[in-house]
Design a protein around this ligand. Sequence first.
Ligand SMILES: Cc1cc2nc3c(=O)[nH]c(=O)nc-3n(C[C@H](O)[C@H](O)[C@H](O)COP(=O)(O)O)c2cc1C
Length: 324
Amino acid sequence: MKTRITELFGIQHPIIQGGMHYVGFAELAAAVSNAGGLGIITGLTQRTPELLAKEIARCREMTDKPFGVNLTFLPVLTAPDYPGYIKAIIDGGVKVVETAGNNPQKWLPALHAAGIKVIHKCTSVRHSLKAEAIGCDAVSVDGFECGGHPGEDDVPNFILLPRAADELKIPFVASGGMADGRSLVAALALGAEGINMGTRFIATVEAPVHANVKQAIIAASELDTRLVLRPLRNTERVLMNSATARLMEKEKALGSAITFEDIIEQVAGVYPKIMIDGDMECGVWSCGMVAGLIHDVPTCQALIDRIMQDAHHIIRQRLEGFVG
Ligand SMILES: Cc1cc2nc3c(=O)[nH]c(=O)nc-3n(C[C@H](O)[C@H](O)[C@H](O)COP(=O)(O)O)c2cc1C
């Protein structure tokens, strides 16, 4: 399949694996890229720029296909060493960066000078237009369904994607709730030129996370995620578990007076314990409503092949049949 996204990134299929904290290691990024999609290493999961440089080198040993690095610009007072991370990306010869969080404008000149394409993840049309205006090459439009941070507007992809298509000139991918060939065809119909998946890629053979995490996704239905941290205007869609229940009780009791310190136990430093150790109740972790569509743990190659085959079948047989 050929779209502006496959052309821009030099990939075979219009399928991207979004950056995921403590999931987006070299093993997963390489597996997605080897299967013809675009794999992405999560920059900030590597604690220092030196460790990111090593992770990029490790990924390059596992694939000769293009892969990217996610840089998430966090709303924190003490910022990570972003210049150091960007140097590691440029020196590592990476050609795609997925930015997320705050506006990436400050970093674009250095990335573009190194020939790097930038795709910015946005949860609204206004942020997507801003990304286009500052010179991003593409946008990942992340609807309300998504795992992680859906923003504060709560617009689902059936509205958000066609709205983005009406306004944007640069290509965009649909992110949030994408799982299979149906998702891809629907996204293309709504104006996107590919899909970005997070949760679906966690339940794959190569995702280097504990088996408990993959099982939790398979066991979950579309009813099992919750929105937390809304009072802090940092809304996150997470899987329901006992830590999520405790956090929600605190949010209810404290209302708008809640501070980060009140919930530190449920959110700080929990990702390695969940993703690596499989301690599923120790804290809250991002998960999309799309869990309801995930029932197996295929290899990335099998997953991407299935998505592309199903998409072709839907377009050529089902849709063509309606109009033919
Ligand atoms: C466990 C997990 C961790 C994530 N961590 C990040 C992150 O560090 N940076 C980021 O930009 N997005 C992060 N995301 C969001 C994904 O990149 C992607 O946008 C999102 O999962 C898409 O929605 P889906 O889960 O419905 O496919 C994370 C998502 C999950 C499920």
